[in-house]
Each structure stands twice: as C-alpha cells, then as structure tokens.
Design a protein around this ligand. Sequence first.
Ligand code: DHB
Ligand code: MG
Length: 229
Amino acid sequence: MPTHDDVDGFLTDTLIGDDPVLDAALAAQHEAGLPAIEVSPVSAKFLHLLVRISGARRVLEIGTLGGYSTIWLARALPDGGRVVTIEAEEHNAGVARENLERAGVADLVDIRVGRGLDVLPSLVGEEPFDLVFVDADKESNPGYLDWAARLGRPGTVVVLDNVVRGGAVADPPPGDTKVAGARAGVVMLAEDPRFDATALQTLDRKGWDGLALAVVTDVVASGIPDDRP
Ligand code: DHB
Ligand code: MG
C-alpha cells in the first residue's frame, strides 16, 4: 500500500525532478543548522505557478528562512519583477543571501532583516505587492494578513502557509500559540471583508498541513473605510 510519502516522491520526481541549485540551497540550510521547515518542493512549485499565473511583478514573502521558497518565487518573476522577503534572524538571512547568489537570483530579491511586524510598515509607500506569501511565526498571522491587505491592492494574491498543522486547527490544543495563530489567520480570512479565501489541506513530505489562498477584495466596494496610509 503506497504511503503519502511515496506519492510525494512520485510527484516531486515526476513534476520537478533534480535541481542541483535547490539541492545545494537545502544542503547549505541544513549545514547552517536551520530547521527543515521550508515548503515542500510541490508546494514551492505551486507558489511559483501562482506568481506566473497571476502575472505578479512585485512579490512579498514574510519568512525567508534559507531562501528555498524565495528562489522559486524569484524564478517565476517577469522581467522587471522583484521579491521583497523579510527574515527575522540575521543568521538565516545570511544563509538565504548565499543561496540566492548561488541560484543567480540575488539581483531580483531584497532581503529585509527584522521581525515581520517591525519591517512591514517600512514598505508603505512602495508600489503595491501583487502576491504575498506569509510563512513566518504563526502567532503573527493576523497581523501579517492585515499588512498583506494594506500593502496589496484589489486582486493581490495572498498565500498563508501552515493552516492545518496536523489537523490541530480544527481542535486547537490549549496553549499552542502556533495553532491558535494558524486558526486566527483562517478566521480572519473568512471574516475580514478585505479577503475572499479558501484553503487546501496538503499531505506531503512535511506531513499533514495546508495552505490558505486568498484574494484581496476591493476595500472601497466592501464599504470598509480605506484608512491606509
Ligand atoms: C513550522 C513553520 C513553518 O513555516 C512550517 O512550514 C512548518 C512548521 C513551525 O514553526 O513549526
Ligand atoms: Mg511554512
């Protein structure tokens, strides 16, 4: 009886195949002691395709880690596109910088070092982002989604990682702040009129988890006062 790992292996081998640059990025990340919590290859390619399908030119990533997903996002950009990625840990950002250099995409990416909620206000006034990938500390998910709406525009694509957490989102264990944050993010996507959203469960080499996908609605049409700076 095949397992979900067998299926993940088949899908990854078949649809993605070998990519020495990505393998090197993961090896460097492992070597540097970063946790192996980057998105799975099939999810990374899903993000990559979302950038291409949406035609996103300005991409915001919250949570760089070692830059694995960042490479996939950068490779999806059209000419003139850019990824801004925010990483709280200077050590991780250093690993990511080297990985992006090796992948030949460093010129397409700005790494901003600092906690997401501290860095995000500094992006006000830049051109709106077309796609936002939220994959940082789960506790801050509602804050990150708020910033995704503020820094986006109607039509901006928002992807939120880790919304299932082994099923715990459906019955949050008391005191688990990550699950609470994941759940609060999903509830916000449902209740906040600035978003229209769904979520898909995933079962891959990282186990049972899920991704929420949202579009930023037209805040004016939704009747919410637009007090964006
Ligand atoms: C964790 C964070 C992630 O972004 C992820 O994809 C898996 C796990 C974590 O902090 O536990
Ligand atoms: Mg994640």
